[in-house]
Design a protein around this ligand. Structure first.
Ligand code: M6R
Length: 359
């Protein structure tokens, strides 16, 4: 049942090309016209989710702003009350949940609906409570995810959110986004995921070989790299029990750098879009003798990335949207290998359940 893999988590990481292709084709067959209409006319867009789904939502909110010039806000479901008083008719609240059963997300969506907002569920389980209770459902087809750590559903969620954004761009002539090219980039994510899996395995193992002896690590990125860094750090905490903190790289000198000393592991996520200043952050970390691993597009490995990184994971050349979907892959592998090097079972992390149905 694990398809020859030692763990479900590895199986699900390796299944990503297939999950992405399936999700893409299922989006193409769904009638999204109503969802697109309410989003187009939304007074304000909120995206609510928990854990990994929250990281996908954060990335989606940045994409709404960057590609559509629309202000969307990602909120942790259990914190939705912070804004629920201002949510009203005309607003759209998108709930992102793999299981469709996470109680915090369900309650946030219920509250949004009571206040007159329209709700959209992005779920991997179309028969779930969240799907049933939402006004509209966008269904992924990533396939069942058994491991507690979400992997293929994260990349599929990012794909889904970007697909919706590309479709909205297609409808609006005011927006300067080549939606055809964007859809193409989203579609090819499955091929790039396949390449990313094969090029990053050895390097991810090299990073894991460093991390498994450590108690703490930083994951740094800028703009789109921040939610991806957050996802990488969550994976490491969750299954390898190593404290990991994600930060916007530019913020690291405002405090976090104080604890960096010789051999302290810092993982940089360089997407190659609005994040060129990462080069300076790499230099700052090197000056403190940090141990540096950088994930970067193969055609952009230069300057301090090349000079100061102990390990560079070179990702295949690909359009921006493809990179946004696939850059979490090496981070998933790093966490997986680190957990196995520590002798832990990544499928059964302590204290965690796959779906959290209690408040
Ligand atoms: O089913 P959901 O997407 O609503 O689950 C949300 C979180 O509980 C989930 O992503 C959790 O953080 C995972 N264990 C992350 O790997």
């Amino acid at each position: 049942e694990k398809g020859g893999y030692p763990h479900y988590m590895l199986k699900e990481i390796m299944e990503q090309p297939y999950a992405l292709a399936q999700t893409f084709s299922s989006l193409q067959t769904q009638d999204l016209s109503e969802v697109l209409k309410i989003l187009e006319n939304a007074r304000r867009i909120y995206v609510v989710a928990a854990g990994t789904s929250y990281h996908a939502s954060l990335l989606g909110a940045i994409a709404f702003r960057r590609f559509l010039g629309v202000d969307a806000e990602a909120l942790i479901s259990s914190e939705f009350r912070v804004v629920s008083r201002v949510v009203k008719w005309g607003d759209v609240v998108i709930g992102v949940s793999q299981s469709g059963e996470t109680i915090d997300t369900l309650l946030a969506l219920r509250e949004a609906r009571e206040r007159g907002a329209k709700t959209v569920a992005i779920v991997n389980n179309p028969f779930s409570t969240i799907a049933r209770e939402s006004d509209y459902v966008v269904s992924m087809r990533a396939g069942p995810e058994i491991a507690v750590a979400a992997t293929k559903t994260f990349t599929s969620q990012v794909l889904t959110l970007l697909y919706i954004i590309a479709k909205l761009a297609e409808k609006s002539s005011a927006i300067n986004v080549d939606s055809k090219a964007m859809i193409h980039g989203i579609k090819m994510s499955y091929e790039i995921a396949e390449k990313a899996l094969s090029v990053s395995q050895g390097k991810a193992m090299a990073v894991a070989n460093k991390l498994f002896q450590k108690h703490s690590a930083y994951y740094l990125g800028r703009v789109f790299g921040v939610p991806i860094a957050m996802e990488g750090a969550l994976k490491l905490k969750e299954i390898a029990y190593i404290h990991a903190e994600a930060y916007p790289a530019g913020e690291s000198k405002h405090g976090p750098i104080a604890l960096v000393d010789k051999d302290y592991p810092v993982i940089f996520i360089y997407i190659g879009f609005l994040d060129e200043l990462i080069e300076g952050n790499i230099e700052e970390m090197k000056a403190r003798e940090a141990w540096i691993a950088t994930i970067a597009p193969e055609n952009m490995v230069r300057g301090s990335i090349e000079k100061y990184s102990n390990v560079v994971i070179e990702m295949p050349r690909a359009p921006l949207e493809t990179r946004l979907i696939t850059y979490a892959i090496p981070l998933q592998l790093i966490a997986y290998y680190t957990a196995t090097l520590k002798g832990l079972d990544p499928d059964k992390p302590r204290n965690l359940a796959k779906t959290v149905t209690v408040i």
